[in-house]
Design a protein around this ligand. Structure first.
Ligand SMILES: NC(=O)c1ccc[n+]([C@@H]2O[C@H](COP(=O)([O-])OP(=O)(O)OC[C@H]3O[C@@H](n4cnc5c(N)ncnc54)[C@H](OP(=O)(O)O)[C@@H]3O)[C@@H](O)[C@H]2O)c1
Length: 365
């Protein structure tokens, strides 16, 4: 996508949070978007951005100078009326009222919250996988109101769902439907937002429960890996069986996921065929030349002990996923490990890349 001199104004909801701070950095110097309005809770409203994040800015880069003195606004649609696009890093509580209010006001919302992910009108898009689902936007508008000629909600997936989607999609495309998928996660602390778990609970420990996380992986995956129907009015879920077991581990950023799966086809593909399919996988965001798209959607590691969160989570600025240890599974067919950066492709980068694809496909005009 060529850099544009006519950048679109964007708003960021939840701009002070873990995901919101990543939005600030991703959008501060973006070729298509310019930060226009920032919103967060009433405790931030009226402060400058740098006052609102004082003591809570957790990025290694400083707050961008042109954002630091911007005034924080209440998250109501009239304050964002000048925004062409709104990125939401809101918790599910405020998102339940704020996001539909914004949509009703004809604002285009790219949401990280869980509320509308399984809504039959809302595309649930992992930008490395199923940007074709953005084609349901006209139906969403038409179904809600004749006056809704611009507004919509597009969701990105839960961070642990997002990580495994590119390899599963690559294998489905190359070898046909999957039969069974087992995934055990080792999820970073930042996935719970700031301040997250207390040091007392997470240090020297593994917590084998993350509320609703297993259900999210099992349900969201089928929507993402499914297709949309001919008239572009409904989703058809993928038919494979997915079972997830989720664990919180003392890592700051980067979710690891150990995957075993079987294919419907017999005999199953070889390890070498699987590695090649993962390496060769390309997505629409890459084909469209989107600014945030990684050069390599799936990086396949050959070293026996990679990927690792500390070493590999920032590869390509966290915009792709890493796969390693591809090997035969004696119970199912194939097993491997996936590493994805939960706050980048698992959250903010997904929203931004979804918006870049929506722009290229004409859904932001
Ligand atoms: N962290 C991840 O890895 C990750 C990955 C994928 C998806 N998500 C999802 O992304 C969303 C944000 O997560 P997070 O980790 O960034 O959470 P967080 O660090 O707790 O940040 C929450 C943000 O929401 C704002 N907020 C809270 N209550 C509000 C209200 N009533 N009205 C307006 N704004 C309000 C906060 O503003 P104040 O600073 O003013 O309180 C803050 O900016 C959640 O829905 C989460 O499930 C997170």
């Amino acid at each position: 996508m060529a850099p544009s001199t006519n950048k679109l104004n964007v708003g960021i909801l939840g701009a002070t949070g873990t995901v919101g701070q990543r939005f600030i950095l991703l959008l501060a110097e973006h070729p298509n978007f310019t930060i226009h309005t920032l919103g967060a809770s009433s405790s931030s409203t009226g402060k400058t951005y740098k006052e609102a994040v004082l003591g809570r800015w957790k990025q290694s880069r400083a707050v961008p100078a042109h954002v630091a003195d911007q005034e924080m606004k209440e998250c109501v649609a009239k304050n964002f009326a000048q925004c062409d696009v709104v990125f939401s890093g809101l918790d599910s509580g405020p998102a339940s009222t704020v996001e539909p209010e914004f949509r009703s006001a004809n604002l285009r919302v790219f949401s990280n919250a869980r509320n509308y992910r399984m809504d039959p009108l809302c595309p649930l898009v992992v930008p490395l996988v199923n940007t074709s689902h953005l084609d349901l936007i006209p139906h969403q508008r038409a179904s809600l109101s004749p006056q809704l000629n611009q507004g919509f909600i597009v969701c990105n997936a839960n961070c642990s769902t997002t990580g495994i989607m590119p390899p599963l999609k690559a294998l489905m495309d190359a070898f046909g439907p999957l039969d069974k998928v087992l995934v055990s996660t080792l999820q970073a602390i930042s996935g719970a937002g700031y301040p997250g778990l207390s040091a007392f609970d997470v240090h020297d420990n593994v917590v084998p429960y993350i509320g609703s996380e297993e259900e999210k992986i099992e349900s969201e995956s089928k929507k993402i890996l499914g297709s949309i129907n001919g008239p572009k009015t409904a989703f058809d879920e993928a038919q494979c069986t997915i079972s997830a077991a989720c664990n919180r581990v003392p890592v700051l950023d980067g979710h690891m996921e150990c995957v075993s799966l079987s294919f419907q086809r017999r005999p199953p593909p070889s390890v070498e065929d699987v590695k090649r399919a993962l390496h060769d996988f390309r997505c629409e965001a890459q084909e469209l030349g989107c600014h945030s798209a990684p050069a390599q959607a799936i990086t396949v590691h050959e070293e026996v002990d990679r990927p690792q969160p500390r070493l590999d989570r920032d590869h390509q600025n966290g915009s792709g996923v890493n796969v390693g240890r591809v090997r035969p599974c004696p119970v199912l067919d194939i097993k491997f490990v996936v590493l994805s950066n939960n706050v980048m492709i698992g959250a903010a980068t997904s929203s931004v890349m979804n918006a870049e694809v929506a722009l290229a496909k004409g859904y932001l005009s």
